[in-house]
Design a protein around this ligand. Structure first.
Ligand code: ZN
Length: 103
């Protein structure tokens, strides 16, 4: 794993889980490299992922999906953190209860 590669994503606010998905490695594997390069992830808090080449990583399932899979919110002028699929699942799951958790 190259330092530049890893740092690029860490700088973008990727969490351990995101990095693990991105590089197709286990979380402990990623942690090893982070320690080696003395890099720190921001952690799993409402990270606003950037849209990269029309793709964005879903905050919920962690999949890198086309931006078409995300709902654009005009009120905040940004895309939803989770893809439509996850959002639909969530809203189905807790209908009635308005709990918005940042995972
Ligand atoms: Zn998703």
């Amino acid at each position: 794993m190259k330092f530049e590669e890893l740092k690029k994503y860490v700088d973008q606010g990727y969490s351990l889980q995101d990095l693990s998905n991105q590089f197709d490695k286990s979380k402990s594997g990623i942690r090893y490299w982070l320690l080696k390069y003395d890099l720190k992830t921001i952690g799993r808090k409402c990270v606003k992922h950037e849209v990269i080449n029309g793709f964005k990583i879903c905050n919920n399932c962690g999949e890198n999906k086309s931006i078409n899979c995300y709902q654009f919110r005009k009120d905040v002028n940004n895309y939803r953190a989770e893809c439509r699929e996850c959002f639909n699942k969530k809203s189905e799951g807790n209908s009635g209860e308005l709990s918005f958790t940042c995972v």
